[in-house]
Design a protein around this ligand. Structure first.
Ligand code: G1P
Length: 271
């Protein structure tokens, strides 16, 4: 059973400056609700019971968002607003489920995951990158289902335009079924020439705890960062089974300003 989700939140958000100079991108509202809450809702619905947030000193406002009881209590005392009480209840529920770890230097997703090692209890855990929203269908739920069926690790994937492959982690595939396939190899941000397919990694992973020891062995890769993709690559070489789950929901890229604006439009259109 997968009960824990890791959410890396220490990124600098430079693609969204100047907004992110004062507000973490994960708290920017999309149709009235922070990006991060969409991710949490997806997890809750998929049966996740504990979140591990990787933040940095520069992103303490994420902690404050969930740990601001006195603020709420004072206002609610004065003003018995039903809507506000509802919001506070929701925040309190999340608060009980969140643990924090710190990554003060942006050394990549692999480094971020390694920082969570001491908290992970099961054999597998879920990781979600909050830049990637998937709406209309619960991607995490689909992945947990495939994990149960295959007993392997799972990565969310979708076909992208070939000319954009260098923006993504790309999967090399075998035995493609209708909505999933075995992953033969992964490569982080390849050139068009070197890309083994146009199936891109989208930010949802079910990973085995064995990944921690693989990350420890890695040297910095692309952009001097420790990439989770490289640790996955080593596990696949060692015959660990990884599957690509071609998710059925709609993907929204919230990591850029234009993507963020579009996300608001798409979500406001409703389900
Ligand atoms: C990260 C991963 C990449 C993946 C992408 C999905 O890249 O390293 O493999 O395809 O997320 O959004 P980033 O967006 O941090 O550059």
């Amino acid at each position: 059973m997968i009960k824990q989700a890791i959410i890396p939140l220490a990124g600098l958000g430079t693609r969204m400056l100047p907004l992110t100079s004062v507000l973490p991108k994960e708290l920017l509202p999309i149709n009235g609700k922070p990006n991060l809450e969409y991710i949490l809702e997806e997890c809750l619905e998929a049966g996740i019971k504990e979140f591990i947030f990787i933040i940095s000193k520069k992103k303490l406002s994420i902690k404050k968002y969930f740990f601001n009881d006195n603020f709420y209590k004072k206002i609610i005392k004065k003003k018995k607003d039903k809507g506000l009480i509802q919001e506070y209840k929701k925040i309190k529920k999340y608060k009980k489920m969140i643990k924090f770890v710190y990554q003060n230097k942006p050394k990549g997703t692999g480094d971020a995951v390694l920082k969570c090692k001491k908290f992970i209890k099961g054999k597998y855990f879920l990781m979600l990158l909050p830049d990637d929203l998937i709406i209309r269908k619960n991607c995490s739920k689909e992945m947990i289902r495939l994990h149960k069926k295959t007993s392997g690790s799972i990565i969310a994937t979708k076909k992208v335009e070939r000319k954009t492959v260098s923006r993504w982690g790309i999967l090399s595939i075998r035995n493609k079924k209708k909505r999933h396939f075995r992953i033969k190899d992964v490569v982080e941000k390849p050139s068009i020439k070197k890309a083994p397919s146009n199936y891109a990694i989208i930010g949802r992973y079910i990973l085995p705890t064995k990944i921690f020891s693989e990350i420890k062995k890695l040297k910095p890769g692309q952009g001097e960062e420790i990439h989770i993709t490289d640790a996955i690559k080593s596990l696949i070489k060692k015959e660990y089974q990884f599957y690509g789950n071609i998710f059925t929901g709609k993907y929204l890229d919230c990591g850029t300003l234009s993507g963020y604006i579009n996300s608001g439009i798409q979500i406001s259109k409703g389900k």
